[in-house]
Ligand binder design. Structure first.
Ligand code: SAT
Ligand code: MN
Length: 587
């Protein structure tokens, strides 16, 4: 229980509505965790994996219709529709409450309600924020215990008088027609029902640390972003930090844990976070970032010793796997993992694996949940209360064409335009079609808790507050040739691009000014040992004016959906790019 009157009253209110059989306040202890795991092993919600190869690891198979975020069922409820913006589904708050409370009514009958106090951000950080999630899912409790700092210390933080976000979650009956994820940024509350899947159910993550926090960040003058944070240590021992925004399932975890390739002996990448960054202006005018999370909820398929050895070395113990396949001897398995495909596999729905009949063995959005501190590359500054100073911000999408491997924005405001103009092919992280290009500004399309036009204005406002802001870049690891093959090797080789980026920050990497920004001269990036042909290198760095003319039209059409709210500065940036293409074609 708690001495915080507001918290006690709210929990009582939730009890009255949802009518649980019992209420359990989570301490976050080891014993509590073991007993929940025990409970779930008995109910079949968790299956123990091979203790010898994967100590303390478990498999969870979710409902097959509950495997990803559901953007069409996710709402931002603000008094004024314009505050949610065309980028969000909107309901007026009282209508939202009424709609979702009907589903919550009595939904926990016969179940235990768990009360999870949690902290997003390192203990002792002035930037850390608290929340309390109530849920009827023990799977949510054990995952939240890895992903956030839960239990007594978080409760203490709240009881000291710090505010907290109220998050109400129930599995309901997992019926997709009775699934809703609602945010009330003006009330600092979240209500989610009908899904047990990560992004919909672990409320500290996308719901709190992005949707609610982005809205708080706007009014308080900071940034809550869908970004990994990494440190890059040079052979001289100096470490510079970068934050990078890519949409879900576009390689944030891989970049955050990168192992430098051959030729980069003496360099080291340190992982601060793989998904979310909260950034505040420091007294030095730099942006300082913390990772509000404590764990990784990463995509399993494609992860291997070749693509991400640090991740594989993180995953082997104390991990929860969701919707992966298993081998005969109960080891987790997914498409793209090392080694040959074993003969007999049980797929993510517990069927004997049959590719033709049932598709991939692991669900394309199957996940692992694991503590960040277990990662061999976890940064010594990963729990630093002050965070780390950011030298460069990188935006990136998954684009088969259009965007070159890397370019640098001319200045902060042009960088904001570059982020606002981002687009990417959709992935399995959200329900719906994959591989379709959509506008995904700053990789925040599914996560910005307010009108994007106000969000861009907020980003732009930083140029008035500091002249020591990070440089802004755009990358694209996913360019393809006419045969549909990727032309950039990616993964560890992305180090070469990071090196160019840090060189630009230090003022020495060479670049060519183009209408879209500074693009590296081919000799300015270290391509040694990659055996890329001259044609491939030029294709990687190419900016095709015709393709860009079309792209700029699409950006313009998209910007128009924000009508008069669109910041004038973004309109001007678009005009500037257009006119410099026009000048180039005359020249
Ligand atoms: O499921 S999550 O939303 O937490 C992961 C992601 O899609 O980025
Ligand atoms: Mn994400």
């Amino acid at each position: 229980m708690t001495s915080n009157v507001e918290l006690a009253a709210w929990v009582e209110e939730v009890v009255q509505l949802t009518k649980p059989e019992a209420v359990h306040w989570c301490s976050g202890s080891e014993e509590e965790n073991s007993s929940l795991i025990n409970l779930m092993e008995n109910s079949g919600d968790l299956i123990k994996l091979n203790e010898e190869t994967h100590p303390n690891c478990y498999l969870h198979r979710s409902d097959p219709k509950d495997v990803a975020r559901v953007e069409h069922l996710t709402f931002v409820c603000t008094k004024n529709e314009l505050d949610a913006g065309p980028n969000n589904n909107w309901l007026e708050p009282s209508a939202g409450h009424m709609k979702i409370d009907k589903l919550f009514n009595g939904c926990m009958e016969g179940r235990t309600m768990y009360v999870i106090p949690y902290l997003m951000g390192p203990y002792g950080s002035p930037y850390a924020r608290a929340g309390v999630e109530v849920t009827d899912s023990p799977y949510v409790v054990v995952n939240m215990r890895i992903m956030a700092r839960i239990g007594l210390r978080a409760l203490e933080h709240i009881e000291k008088g710090n505010g907290f976000v109220k998050g109400m979650h129930s599995l309901g009956d997992l019926d997709p027609d009775k699934r809703l994820i609602m945010h009330f940024p003006e009330e600092l509350s979240i209500k989610s029902i009908g899904s047990g899947y990560g992004g919909n159910a672990l409320l500290g993550k996308k719901c709190h640390a992005l949707r609610i926090a982005s809205s708080q960040a706007r009014s308080e003058g900071w940034l809550a972003e869908h970004m990994l944070v990494l440190g890059m240590e040079s052979p001289t021992g100096e470490t510079k930090y970068v934050a990078a925004a890519f949409p879900s399932a576009c390689g944030k975890t891989n970049l955050a844990m990168l192992v430098p390739p051959k030729g980069y002996e003496g360099w080291k990448i340190w992982t601060v976070g793989d998904d979310i960054a909260w950034m505040h202006l420091g007294p030095d005018g730099q942006l300082w970032a913390i990772n509000p999370e404590a764990g990784f909820f990463g995509v399993a398929p494609g992860t291997s010793l070749k693509t991400n050895p640090n991740c594989m070395n993180t995953l082997g113990k104390n991990a929860i796997y969701t919707n992966v396949a298993v081998t005969k001897d109960m080891q987790p398995w997914w498409e793209g993992i090392d080694g040959d495909k074993p003969d007999s596999l049980v797929d993510w729905q517990a069927r004997p694996h049959d590719l033709e009949l049932n598709g991939p063995a692991a669900h394309p959005n199957s996940r692992f949940t694991v503590s960040a501190e277990q990662c061999p590359s976890f940064s010594p500054k990963g729990n630093s209360p002050a965070g780390v100073p950011i030298s460069a911000i990188i935006f990136g999408g998954r684009r088969a064409t259009v965007s070159p491997l890397v370019y640098e924005a001319f200045d902060w405001n042009h960088g904001v335009f570059t982020g606002a103009a981002m687009a990417s092919e959709t992935t399995a992280a959200a329900a719906g079609a994959t591989g379709q290009v959509r506008r995904d500004p700053m990789a925040m399309k599914p996560f910005c808790g307010y009108n994007f036009a106000d969000y861009w204005q907020h980003w732009l406002s930083f140029s008035q507050k500091s002249n020591n802001l990070p440089k802004v870049f755009h990358v694209n690891w996913f360019r393809k040739n006419e045969n549909g093959e990727f032309i950039w090797p990616g993964f560890g080789e992305n180090m070469r691009v990071l090196e160019w980026i840090l060189g630009r920050c230090a003022g020495h990497s060479d670049a060519l000014e183009t209408p879209i920004g500074f693009v590296p001269r081919p000799e300015a990036i270290n391509f040694d040992g990659l055996e890329l042909t001259r044609e491939t290198i030029s294709a990687l760095l190419n900016i095709d004016p015709e393709i860009w003319a079309n792209e700029l039209c699409e950006i313009e059409t998209y910007f128009e959906t924000y009508s008069e709210k669109l910041p004038e500065s973004l309109r001007l940036q678009l005009e500037r790019v257009k006119s410099s293409f026009a000048k180039e074609s005359v020249a």
